[in-house]
Write a protein that binds this ligand. Structure first.
Ligand code: NAI
Length: 247
């Protein structure tokens, strides 16, 4: 997919856009002409990237639901919403606690409710919107050592499809991008904790036999954000080297 300014005139919010997949998405949407706002816990890193790509950055904890509304009111309205902020946890379910469940659900799922709730009224009024939620192949395949994370991402998938159903006739599309193992700080941190064997397990689960790159996820996201994808809604686009093949 070539960069050809397909998003000129569009305003996009990318949560968790300071590093990893979110940073690649912010960079790609800006290169395609969108006016991008990066919303991240790490505002310093967000500002550095924003300065580099001609975007804006704002500090946001997506689990702070009031803050989400305020940021969207003050930096919106948005035509494109990319819910990318997320966190994982590598532990067998019996080793997790209720606090772990609450945190994983708040960051990965509840945050998506909050941003979507805040952007939809404008999108519905404008008769146009693109919502792209970064879930995970774990959300449709399950995850050994990531049951609650997988449940949260599965929730993102079901939520996205519901939003697609409610808004299909209003010019708004809602789709999921489901990455497999992507070479980001999150994955590197997991490998540092879990050892090189974990890396082998992750690459071995893909048909491609390798990690994906953040740019590969960004390309899929930019396509779904474009006018060209206007007849695609309620879909799950795996960017996982074939990991979700058949799911
Ligand atoms: P990362 O950890 O490298 O980057 C995540 C970004 O989100 C960071 O900039 C962080 O500051 C921000 N963030 C975290 N919690 C936040 C919060 N409460 N409020 C605002 N910002 C917050 O992660 P990565 O790997 O780039 O992942 C991005 C998304 O892709 C996540 O939703 C993740 O679950 C998903 N994903 C990643 C995969 C991978 O292999 N890296 C595989 C499948 C899905």
């Amino acid at each position: 997919m070539d960069t050809n300014r397909t998003l000129t005139g569009r305003r996009a919010l990318v949560t968790g856009g300071a590093r990893g997949i979110g940073a690649a998405i912010a960079r790609r949407l800006a290169a395609d002409g969108a006016c991008v706002v990066i919303a991240d816990l790490d505002v310093e890193e967000g500002r550095r990237l924003a300065a580099d790509i001609g975007a804006a950055a704002v500090q946001l904890d997506v689990t702070e639901l009031l803050q989400v509304g305020e940021v969207i009111d003050s930096h919106g309205p948005f035509d494109i919403l990319v819910n990318n902020a997320g966190m994982d946890q590598h532990a067998f379910f019996t080793q997790t606690t209720a606090d772990d469940w609450r945190r994983l659900l708040a960051v990965n799922l509840e945050s998506v409710f909050a941003t979507t709730h805040a952007v939809l009224p404008h999108m519905q009024g404008a008769g146009y919107g693109r919502i792209i939620n970064i879930a995970s192949e774990a959300g449709r395949l399950g995850s050994r050592g990531g049951a609650v994370y997988a449940a949260a991402k599965g929730g993102v998938i079901a939520f996205t499809r519901s939003i697609a159903r409610e808004n299909g006739r209003k010019g708004i599309t809602a789709n999921v991008v489901a990455p497999g193992p992507i070479d980001t700080p999150m994955l590197r941190e997991a490998v540092a904790r879990g050892g090189e064997r974990l890396m082998g397990t992750m690459t071995g689960a893909t048909l491609a036999g390798r990690l994906g790159t953040p740019d590969e996820v960004a390309a899929a996201t930019a396509f779904l954000a474009s006018d060209a994808a206007g007849f695609i809604t309620g879909e799950i686009l795996g960017v996982s080297g074939g990991m979700g093949c058949g799911a």
